[in-house]
Each structure stands twice: as structure tokens, then as C-alpha cells.
Design a protein around this ligand. Structure first.
Ligand SMILES: [Zn+2]
Length: 65
């Protein structure tokens, strides 16, 4: 079974092996969860660490609010 990654629209196999489903990768999952990033984090980055930092910041933000 294949689904479409909500972030990049790529076909992704829905399997137990894909722990990021329905996303194709951790990166797409983080991007989707951090949709605010489109507004505040404009730097297109392949850097996983930067995305992880951004995700953590968004988590902290939720706690504060
Ligand atoms: Zn994707």
C-alpha cells in the first residue's frame, strides 16, 4: 500500500518499517509538524540538526503557550 507524503507528495510505502508514515522521512514529518516554519524559518536546509532544533523550539513554544 502506498500513500502520498503530505509534505513532499512523494509516494511512500505504508509499512511497519516506515516509522515516519505517512511521511516519507523524519524530515518531512518535522516539516509538517512545524508548519509555522514556513513563516519563521525560511532557510531551506538539508541540515537535519537545524530542523531538529527548529522542532524543539516549536515544542518549547507550545509548552509556554
Ligand atoms: Zn516527504
Amino acid at each position: 500500500m502506498f500513500v502520498q507524503c503530505p509534505t513532499c507528495k512523494q509516494s511512500v510505502e505504508w509499512s511497519e518499517d516506515n516509522r515516519y508514515r505517512p511521511f516519507c522521512s523524519e524530515r518531512c514529518k518535522l516539516i509538517d509538524l512545524g508548519a509555522w516554519a514556513n513563516e519563521e524559518y525560511r532557510v531551506p536546509s538539508e541540515d537535519e540538526d537545524a530542523l531538529s532544533d527548529a522542532y524543539q523550539q516549536s515544542e518549547n513554544r507550545k509548552v509556554e503557550e
